[in-house]
Design a protein around this ligand. Structure first.
Ligand SMILES: Cc1cc2nc3c(=O)[nH]c(=O)nc-3n(C[C@H](O)[C@H](O)[C@H](O)COP(=O)(O)OP(=O)(O)OC[C@H]3O[C@@H](n4cnc5c(N)ncnc54)[C@H](O)[C@@H]3O)c2cc1C
Length: 386
């Protein structure tokens, strides 16, 4: 036990015992086969863990972001990859905070039971990237429907979702006062949409992460699938992004502890030059350094949780938590692979798999430079750079 016991031991124990049914071999095989961890995600769903943040009146457990983050952390800490299912935890937040009563009653109970998966959120586009307000996907109102045209890229878990939250422009950029206005969010019924205006093209990638290019050609969405007010979608989605960043920070923390535990164990056992490699300060110190960084990131993660649950702004805190955690897990990953020597590269040690998985989080869901720029502009008051 590397971590000091905290207020969440009950959740930690429960996730650990669920994860014990899914040992390293399970995740290794899923990775090799580029498959989806169906039975693991089903087990989490059946046990109600993915509905942690859905209020009890809609069938969830009504827990806060801190508890949810501990669930995600423990999955990664126990060798899994919460990236396969974390969308189910936070995507519904947009609906919960900005949907109508009718929409909440329609969607949330089925999301809580897992009958419906809402694991996807379509924001990023190939030609605009991080410059989200320039998105070119449009939704044009025609009678009682919106007609969607455009393209998205890197949209994850579409093939393992029933619904997707889509961000599209409803008023041209040239006609709005502020560039963050004029975008709206919609619930897309994926089963109906695919083949009827939506084409999904998987993107093979470095991690076993199911992600896709999406092509919209006159996809029709009923007007009742608009969430909240037309034109306010960008503002709504930012709340969801803060929850996403905080949960992913927790996953990185889980990865960080996993790397430190594995490398510490290996460094005690591996004997070279007549002594355990971990007896050398040249090996001990980088591991200790990485552990300190993971512990610091762990503390920071609870700050955005508290603010988010109190409906307070938490953009800076969520960004900083994600930055620190992704950096700490990457440093721990480097140390872990380094001191496993050649064995770090052997799939059967799982280090290379976790190494690839944790690397993603310096780029997605927000890249490190974008975090720096947010802090520089919005916290330190430095001049806007773009
Ligand atoms: C596996 C995977 C899964 C993903 N899942 C989803 C998903 O489900 N839904 C979704 O909407 N998106 C998803 N994304 C997209 C992800 O959020 C973006 O890749 C990420 O935000 C970076 O955007 P980009 O790839 O367009 O990079 P770009 O915007 O093209 O930027 C490229 C690099 O340049 C840097 N850069 C750009 N402009 C500046 C500047 N002005 N100053 C300094 N540096 C700059 C960036 O920081 C980045 O490092 C996913 C991505 C991956 C790889």
């Amino acid at each position: 036990m590397l971590q000091t016991p905290d207020a969440y031991q009950e959740i930690r124990e429960a996730i650990r015992s669920l994860c014990a049914e899914y040992p390293d071999e399970y995740f290794r095989k899923i990775d090799e086969q580029r498959a989806y961890p169906e039975s693991f995600v089903d087990a989490l769903t059946q046990a109600g863990w993915l509905a942690a943040m859905i209020p009890q009146e809609y069938g969830g457990s009504g827990l806060g972001l801190a508890e949810a983050s501990v669930i995600m952390e423990e999955i990664n800490r126990n060798g899994g990859n919460a990236g396969a299912c974390h969308g189910q935890m936070y995507n519904m937040g947009t609906l919960l905070r900005h949907g109508s009563q009718q929409q909440k009653e329609f969607y949330l109970p089925k999301i809580a039971t897992g009958e419906w998966r809402l694991q996807s959120m379509g924001v990023t586009e190939p030609t605009t990237g991080t410059d989200t307000t320039k998105i070119k996907t449009t939704a044009v109102k025609k009678g009682d429907r919106y007609v969607v045209n455009g393209q998205k890229v890197w949209i994850s878990r579409v093939q393992h979702s029933d619904w997707m939250i889509l961000l599209a422009r409803t008023t041209p950029l040239a006609d709005v006062k502020r560039k963050s206005e004029g975008m709206s969010i919609f619930m897309v019924d994926l089963k109906k949409a695919v083949g009827n205006g939506l084409t999904v093209r998987p993107i093979p990638n470095m991690v076993n992460h199911e992600t896709n290019e999406l092509f919209f050609e006159n996809l029709e969405i009923p007007e009742e699938n608009l969430i909240g007010q037309e034109g306010m979608g960008f503002k709504y989605i930012l709340d969801g992004l803060n929850a996403e960043r905080t949960l992913i920070a927790a996953e990185c923390i889980g990865d960080g502890y996993w790397f430190i535990e594995r490398v510490s164990r290996y460094a005690k056992d591996r004997v070279v030059f007549g002594r355990p490699i971990g007896q050398n300060q040249g090996v001990q110190f980088p591991i200790a350094d990485a552990y300190i960084e993971v512990e610091a990131a762990n503390l920071m993660r609870f700050k955005p949780c508290k603010l988010f649950d109190a409906h307070q702004p938490c953009g800076a805190e969520a960004n900083m938590a994600k930055y620190l955690a992704a950096k700490a897990s990457w440093e721990a990953a480097n140390v872990c692979i380094q001191y496993h020597g050649g064995f770090g590269f052997a799939c059967e040690y799982d280090v290379e798999r976790k190494f690839r998985e944790t690397r993603l989080y310096q780029v997605a869901p927000v890249s490190t430079n974008m975090v720096y720029s947010y802090i520089a502009e919005h916290v330190l008051g430095l001049p806007r750079s773009f």
